[in-house]
Design a protein around this ligand. Sequence first.
Ligand code: AMP
Ligand code: MG
Length: 420
Amino acid sequence: MRKMGSVPISEVVSCLDGYDPDALHVEKAREAMRACIAPITDTELLPVRQSLGRILAQEIVPAINVPAHDNSAMDGYAVRFADLGAPLTEIGTALAGKPFHGSVGAGECVRVMTGAVMPPGTDTVVIQEVVKREGKTITVPPGQKRAQNVRYAGEDLKIGVPVLAPGKLLRPAELGLIASLGIGEVRVMRRLRVAFFSTGDELASIGTALKEGEVYDSNRYTLHGMLSRLGVEITDLGVVRDDPAALEAALRKAAQADAIVTTGGVSVGEADFIRALLAKLGEVLFWKIAMRPGRPMAFGRIGNAWLFGLPGNPVAVMVTFYQFVRDALLHLGGRRGDDVVPLLRATAADNIRKVPGRTEYQRGILFREQGEWRVRITGQQGSGVLRSMAEANCFIVLEHERGPVKAGEQVQVQLMEGLA
Ligand code: AMP
Ligand code: MG
């Protein structure tokens, strides 16, 4: 089991500059979570193919050069640069995987294919398209450069020079790179275990008829999707009634995971009995974040599990997940360095309402018009309107201090592809 720091969360966050739980800036909330959470340390050894999407837990240091030999980058003739200016005699052929074994003397050259080891004595490759060939006599035009079209041993990866660091996400390129070193197994961080449930007396599960005042529980489905895409092991604990005993039982079960995500029940009014319950089971802070949607949020820990108490509104769930939980889980899972989703610039196609003093995540559609990337909002932006997420391909991220946006102004967008 993971060792938890003994420092109370409240102590860690109170040391952060400008920490105000009742008007917390988005960046500060993210920083606070990172400051509290120590990454897991358990690892496992996996065959390279199965490591796709996992976090590297070791340093990769080449034991061989890649490529292992100097070789030709083109189809052509391997020559001694100093001999150019006079016709050359072709004395053999080298193919990829079939080297030429003789040595190349003055006035001689070897026919080479891409990937062929450079024949001993040669230093330059002349592409086949420019030479004149009569029988075994090769004439090379002037204007060649010494060492052209040669790939050197170790040009890609050098013996002893670390190439991948722990914390790196393993993508297709990394799998290939590891394989190019002849390595068959890699050590990766173990998968995180995340348990989640929805709270609310008004929630109906799919398969039952809706009674008056009920809504189908959609949050567990978006959460299932978002967590699955992050590559964590999930435990779906279903719908839990707004009832202290039921909530306590669910939280105790969920606390066996590395992290717990709940939705609903953190807004004012509902929070009171939950506050008391959470205080009994662990340490949980209630935040009002200066953002929209997603203002109320709880963060803390219960036993060994980190708790993320998200608002109930379906859009707020997605926004707070992407802006906080995603980042916190990547950090907890051991990812380092390359985990920031870039903000790109686009031109606002319409006026956008915005009040200063909070960061807004409006749902947008990024499109190309007359050679320019423009973005418009997806109609209704209510935090209960999940359709706005389904229609969107990006968030329009309107900064904390910013006021109303006029059509034609530049805004920041964050593509949803890449967030998950
Ligand atoms: P709450 O944060 O619990 O006050 O919920 C805020 C709003 O989100 C209410 O309208 C809830 O009905 C709605 N809501 C809460 N949980 C869910 C859920 N799992 N699926 C769909 N809507 C929900
Ligand atoms: Mg509720």
